[in-house]
Design a protein around this ligand. Structure first.
Ligand code: PLP
Length: 473
């Protein structure tokens, strides 16, 4: 029998891997941002069957180099402008390493008290960082999608009064409302929570792409008149496409009047609230029942770490709690058992990486980094507005800039085709990576600034690349 890795080999390989990661980070700028492999190319490098005999750990780094690296898109690259910033800083990597090294499964307080208590502290620190009152209690989830699903299940149970027959009891159907620009996770959560796709109302937005409160009020009244039961609104603070902010105060007037649940999806923009001057954007947040924000976007904490905050953790526990005999412990009643605050039973010690990031960077430096990104976005928007044949097509509330090349000699659909070609050209060259998106059916170029190492020089280089691509394609 071949012995598995021993402590000495682990030490050697582990040090080598840390060196390898540091070297990768130091030289990343020379690599293509978006992986250039074709579908199936990575899979074809591996044997079809698993190794019958081990002993191959000494090759791990060589395997990473040969089989993995060509298929990596570099989210930590300073010219990553696609989707949303999602970085893992060095401190976050070490937090994940410590988490794996400790190998903790933190389903109950007793299964590792530190996992629960450090999480309680760091989510409370995060609450303070984004200016939320102490009426909120937080818990870490894997993703915003899971948190929003949990919120809608909580909403459902509150409206149903925990009726044993649940949604099968046959009264008027429960309805969920969100803006037409809400993230697809809202649609998914509505289906998964059993409301049914037909009971998600997508509410029209205004010129700033924020949910129209008058349209929401009309939709609620219409549903009430039809004998349906308005249950929840998911408001978005920072929509995915354009970082639009729904008017939480106006929405809360309606949810409070009709006894509805208000969940706020601040997955992306939550990090901005570390900067006090951004907080007017989610004015009214204290009137929500729950909210989610993602330190695994923009804050520098590696994926996955979402923070879910609610005003009534006892309600959450009533919805999610289970109490089989084998999970009972002597401390129940005095401690939090986070298995009862989430959908899965088991949970990793994710709080470590958030803690390490805060220890390493501190709140002031995160604030400085967020302000740098906000300024870079305004700078780019200013350059584009001043350039002939270019437009900024949505308000730049934070760090996302939605633009369009509009040559005078072209009309739709040629303009859309040209913009798509510009995106493909830039992404294919590998120097930068941005997202081709659609706004009102028209092709746009969506530039999301905020990778940890993105400085003005990288944004300026992207602007140069955009103009060069427009002249080439
Ligand atoms: N909500 C918003 C506004 C988002 O921008 C995103 C991701 O882009 C999500 C939710 C989904 O996030 P997660 O991957 O954590 O589920």
């Amino acid at each position: 029998m071949v012995a598995v890795m021993d402590a000495e080999q682990f030490r050697q390989l582990g040090h080598a891997l840390v060196d390898w990661i540091a070297e990768l980070r130091e030289t990343m700028e020379t690599l293509p941002v978006m992986s250039q492999v074709r579908p199936g190319e990575i899979r074809a490098r591996l044997p079809v069957s698993p190794p019958e005999h081990g002993g191959g750990a000494g090759d791990l780094i060589a395997r990473l180099e040969a089989d993995v690296m060509p298929g990596i898109t570099h989210w930590n690259h300073p010219s990553f402008f696609a989707y949303f910033p999602s970085n893992s800083s060095y401190a976050s990597i070490l937090g994940d390493l410590a988490c794996a090294g400790l190998g903790v499964q933190g389903m109950s307080w007793q299964t590792s008290p530190a996992a629960t208590e450090i999480e309680e502290v760091v989510v409370d620190w995060l609450r303070q960082m984004v200016g939320l009152s102490d009426a909120w209690t937080g818990v870490i989830q894997d993703t915003a999608s899971t948190a929003t699903l949990g919120a809608l299940i909580c909403a459902r149970e509150r409206t149903l009064g925990f009726a044993p027959k649940g949604l099968q009891q046959g009264d008027g159907a429960l309805v969920v409302y969100a803006s037409s620009d809400a993230h697809s996770s809202v649609d998914k959560a509505t289906r998964l929570a059993g409301f049914g796709r037909a009971h998600l109302r997508t509410i029209a937005t205004d010129a700033r792409r924020a949910l129209r409160v008058d349209a929401l009020a009309a939709a609620i009244e219409h549903d009430l008149a039809a004998g349906l039961r308005p249950c929840a609104v998911v408001a978005t603070s920072g929509t995915t496409n354009t970082t639009a902010f729904d008017p939480i105060d106006g929405i809360a007037d309606l949810t409070e009047r009709h006894g509805m649940w208000l969940h706020v999806d601040a997955a992306m923009a939550g990090t901005a609230m570390v900067v006090p001057e951004c907080r007017t954007l989610w004015h009214g947040i204290e009137r929500a029942d729950s909210l989610v924000l993602n330190p695994h976007k923009w804050m520098g904490v590696g994926f996955d770490l979402s923070a879910y905050y609610c005003r009534d953790p006892q309600h959450l526990i009533r919805v999610m709690g289970t109490n089989p005999a084998f999970l009972r412990t002597a401390q129940d009643g005095q401690v939090s058992n986070f298995r009862d605050w989430q959908i899965p039973l088991g949970r990793r010690f994710r709080a470590l990486k958030l803690w390490f990031v805060l220890l390493d960077e501190g709140v002031a430096a995160i604030r400085t980094r967020v302000r740098r990104d906000l300024e870079n976005a305004q700078w780019l928007a200013g350059e584009i507005k001043a350039a002939p044949d270019w437009q900024v097509v949505a308000p730049v509330a934070l760090q996302t800039v939605c633009v369009r090349h509009v040559p005078v000699d072209l009309v739709e659909p040629a303009i859309s085709a040209k913009n798509l070609a510009i995106a493909h050209h830039i992404n294919g060259m590998g120097h930068a990576y941005l997202t081709p998106s659609l706004l009102d059916g028209r092709q746009i170029l969506r530039i999301s600034i905020g990778a940890e190492r993105t400085e003005r020089v990288h944004v300026a280089a992207l602007w140069g690349a955009l103009r060069a691509a427009a002249a080439t394609v």
